[in-house]
Ligand binder design. Structure first.
Ligand SMILES: O=c1ccn([C@@H]2O[C@H](COP(=O)(O)OP(=O)(O)O[C@H]3O[C@H](CO)[C@@H](O)[C@H](O)[C@H]3O)[C@@H](O)[C@H]2O)c(=O)[nH]1
Ligand SMILES: [Mn+2]
Length: 401
């Protein structure tokens, strides 16, 4: 029976992490999850991705880093690296749910995990790098504004020993390692795909019971290239990937290929008026790249209503959809057309699709000075890139010369 006051929750602060969130959401649907699916997003997520997320998730909720007084209290601007961390903490504000399970966007659900809702706050699995700490990629929690503000207060007072949410949560829920063994989730609920092999006999014994795999670390599934004809991540550049991880990477990509890519086609078909910049075209083998662009600016959906059914093979069947049944058919890409004058921003991802290769690339955006200024004024500040202190100082120095 569906339970409407409990939810699986994830987070995606940009279009790249949205790709992970989509596969995660779809994997939960494939495993017949009986709880609501919620994705937290931030302003940076494009309107196209918001629509696509709404096809997989029950709720797409924008959390705003800038307007919240809490972040100002935290002297947020002095600790930009805490941004994503603080965004994860927002899950405690989902008080229309009584209990939730948070899953990182780089996790993949392999079998039904509804039994996690039998556990209480704060339940998590050990971190493979330091098992007296939990890994914050999968945890059971109870939304509460009080806990949320205590967490923010803790961040203000103590910071985070790893500069991110895992350190903060471990010092906040510091009795996890000793107090209650029931709050230790078995490792199969958060199996790190790249460290499992360090104890390979255990992996051999228990690996097949894995329920959630976590692509922890800097290389994520969407950083690989996939060959839909072989059903496998391309070997090139992945020769160092251990065999066990390869299996999980291929599973991730199978879901992406079969269930997520068709959504791009169907959104285009249905929402031509919303995304007038979108066109689709076919390319042959090896054609390098396709871009997507649109000109509609995202209205943020506190909650975007969307399809609730599993969307495997949900391509609408027109020639503009990915042909999952017959990968030898000419493939379809979402192509770039110049946005109309005064149009909104482009997507932050390129989908490069050909018969033998699919890849997802981060788009390096060249913004007009007006657009740059607008982003700055909206608080969308690229601390690590063009708005980094060193770059601004350079500009000031040039100006003052
Ligand atoms: O630019 C980003 C970065 C992260 N995330 C979200 O935050 C999660 C954590 O980031 P991730 O790249 O998955 O970190 P990990 O490689 O898993 O590293 C570890 O360290 C992180 C920081 O402490 C913890 O959040 C993770 O749970 C822990 O597994 C992601 O899955 C996303 O849900 C974004 O939305 N945008
Ligand atoms: Mn992660």
């Amino acid at each position: 029976m569906p339970v409407s006051d409990q939810a699986f929750v994830t987070l995606a602060t940009n279009d790249m992490y949205c790709q992970g969130a989509l596969v995660l959401g779809q994997s939960l649907r494939n495993q017949r999850a009986t709880r609501k699916l919620v994705v937290l997003i931030t302003l940076q997520v494009s309107s196209l991705l918001r629509v696509i997320l709404s096809r997989v998730f029950d709720e797409v909720i924008e959390v705003n880093l800038i307007d919240s007084a809490d972040y100002i209290h935290l002297a947020f601007l002095k600790r930009p690296e805490l941004g994503v961390t603080l965004t994860k903490l927002h899950c405690w504000t989902l008080t229309h749910y009584t209990k939730c399970v948070f899953l990182d966007a780089d996790t993949l659900v392999l079998s039904n995990i509804d039994d996690l809702f039998d556990r209480g706050e704060f339940s998590a699995a050990p971190d493979p790098g330091w098992p007296d700490c939990f890994n914050s990629g999968v945890f059971v929690f109870q939304p509460s504004l009080e806990t949320h503000s205590l967490l923010l207060q803790h961040a203000t007072d103590h910071g985070s020993f790893d500069g991110a949410d895992q350190g903060l949560l471990n010092s906040f829920f510091s009795s996890w390692s000793t107090a209650d063994i029931h709050k230790h989730l078995p490792f199969i609920y958060n199996l790190s795909s790249n460290t499992a092999y360090t104890y390979s006999p255990a992996f051999k014994q228990f690996g097949s019971s894995a329920k959630v795999v976590h692509f922890l670390g800097s290389t994520k599934p969407w950083n690989y290239t996939y060959n839909p004809q072989t059903g496998s991540v391309s070997k090139e550049g992945s020769s160092l990937v251990p065999e066990q991880q390869m299996t999980f990477l291929n599973l991730w990509w199978t879901i992406y290929h079969q269930s997520i890519l068709p959504l791009y086609g169907s959104v285009h078909d249905e929402d031509e008026s919303t995304f007038p910049g979108h066109t689709a075209c076919s390319h042959g083998v090896g054609v390098p790249c396709a871009n997507s662009a649109h000109s509609a600016e995202g209205q943020c959906a506190h909650s975007v209503p969307g399809a609730r059914e599993p969307c495997a093979h949900s391509a609408t069947g027109s020639s503009q959809s990915w042909n999952a049944e017959d990968p030898l058919e000419p493939t379809v890409v979402v192509d770039e057309t110049p946005p109309s004058p005064g149009a909104g921003r482009l997507e932050d991802v390129n989908l490069a699709i050909s018969v033998s290769e699919i890849s997802i690339e981060e788009k390096v955006m060249e913004l007009s000075p007006e657009e740059e200024r607008r982003q700055w004024e909206e608080g969308r500040i690229d601390y690590m890139g063009k708005d980094a202190f060193a770059r601004i100082q350079e500009k000031l120095d040039r100006f003052l010369q």
